[in-house]
Design a protein around this ligand. Structure first.
Ligand code: GLN
Length: 437
């Protein structure tokens, strides 16, 4: 992407050409993939404006696909739900404003699991999204269209949101890079939230370098997001200590991850040790009660008066499960039992990671513990939540995590996940670059 930006700035390539190419490709191939729900009708016009500008910006003429739960002025942000089917945004989310200020052009809005609830891309009200890297398999989710758009070369990069893995999970299944920043590192202003204490917006792209370029544009304090802040990351070091926790995952996936860790350690003279994290098995039981309760509370505004339809009457099965479940456990008599206990468990997990990062520079494990299922295959709710066991940890601990492609099992892509201490996002990106080589 750096090379492309350079060429656009030098006039060797125009923003218009770049954007036209992507629009053509989307028009030609999206029917097969269903990654993009709406094109930006003004994209080419906006690209022409970039070409006319004197000072072109760090992302001049770069084409972006945006998850449909992030507000882009004038475009439809329907969260892939009938509830918000025709909801047109009237403002730009902070991340969108920052991207536009640097010359990026929004190509369109991506398909996703309805209201970001899911890990397969199958719960969209507008049809399942396909996995361009393994066509009969699910692309993962909930940022399915964002990952598939990168894999199908519909854009230079995309934006997703990650509450319990929704950037990293589809990145892993579609063989692209996906980063969840530290909680607070990127403004959530303009994100239609799933679970506000866990949500983060982040980039998906073709390389770690591209992700770094985007992250450097979108991060930082924003007065519109009370929890956002500026972090200062550790500098890259020569010798690194990696912690490798024992977690349950498909053996074939673990084999690939272990070989990669060994290879990097041998090449760099880094050390990897087994590390015990006693409470990470609690991840799913901690994550879902928080998610249900915060989602239930957040959806009270979708009562059919101001935005779209009444959610309970227009949403799909998984969204309804969370609303009803969240309502149930929010009741006074259960709140202490589930929600508050989940918050205590979240703190324990957070602390466990803080301690681990005193001894280790990063922690490495698979991104997803199993291979993506075939599209159409029926799986249980438990099996669907199992996809999240290794990704929810970073959200609960509020730390940065990245998934990068590491290989495949019988042609199905596998991602490796790198986690670092909160605020060490740049440091993590530097480690990821070494693993990517
Ligand atoms: N799969 C998880 C869920 O359904 C994560 C979703 C997300 O990160 N948005 O909640």
């Amino acid at each position: 992407m750096r090379e492309k930006v350079r060429n656009i700035r030098l006039g060797k390539l125009t923003a218009e050409q770049n954007i036209r190419n992507f629009i053509l490709k989307i028009k030609k191939n999206n029917k097969k993939i269903n990654a993009v729900l709406h094109l930006n009708p003004d994209a080419i016009e906006e690209a022409k404006q970039v070409d006319k500008m004197k000072k072109k910006g760090k992302l001049a003429g770069i084409g972006v696909v945006v998850k449909s739960n992030i507000n882009v002025n004038g475009l439809i942000a329907n969260c892939a739900s009938k509830t918000l089917e025709d909801y047109k945004s009237s403002y730009d989310a902070t991340v969108i404003k920052k991207l536009k200020d640097e010359g990026a052009v929004i190509l369109g809005m991506a398909n996703m699991d309805e209201f970001a609830s899911g890990s397969s891309g199958e719960s969209s009200a507008f049809g399942v999204c396909k996995n361009p890297s393994a066509l009969d398999r699910i692309p993962g989710g909930s940022s399915s269209g964002s990952a598939a758009s990168v894999a199908a070369d519909f854009c230079d990069f995309s934006l997703g949101s990650d509450t319990g893995g929704s950037i990293r999970n589809p990145a892993s299944h579609c063989s692209v890079v996906g980063m969840k920043p530290s909680y607070g590192a990127v403004s959530r202003y303009g994100l239609i939230d799933l679970s506000m204490s866990l949500d983060q917006i982040g980039p998906l792209g073709k390389s770690v370098e591209d992700i770094e370029l985007v992250y450097n544009v979108i991060n930082g304090f924003d007065e519109n997001d009370g929890v956002s802040r500026n972090f200062s990351s550790e500098k890259m070091k020569k010798s690194l200590k990696i912690g490798v926790p024992f977690v349950n995952a498909d053996e074939q996936i673990w084999d690939i991850i272990k070989i990669k860790i060994q290879e990097v350690c041998d090449g760099q003279g880094w050390k990897a040790d087994d590390i015990e994290l006693k409470h990470i098995d609690l991840g799913i039981q901690t994550y879902y009660p928080i998610n249900y309760v915060e989602f239930f509370s957040g959806t009270r505004r979708f009562d059919g008066r101001k935005y779209g339809k009444k959610i309970e009457e227009s949403c799909g099965e998984e969204v309804l499960r969370r609303i009803l479940g969240g309502q149930e456990i929010s009741q006074a008599e259960f709140a202490g039992k589930y929600y508050r206990r989940a918050l205590i468990a979240k703190k324990i997990i957070e602390k466990e990671f803080v301690e681990a990062f005193k001894k280790y520079d990063c922690i490495i494990m698979p991104t997803v513990p199993k291979l993506p299922h075939k599209i159409g295959e029926k799986i249980s709710v438990e099996d669907s939540y199992d996809y999240d066991t290794l990704t929810v940890l970073a959200n609960l601990a509020e730390i940065p995590a990245i998934s990068i492609p590491v290989g495949d099992v019988g042609g199905v892509p596998v991602g490796i996940q790198i986690l670092c201490a909160r605020g060490n996002d740049d440091f993590m990106l530097n480690i990821a670059k070494v693993f990517e080589k």
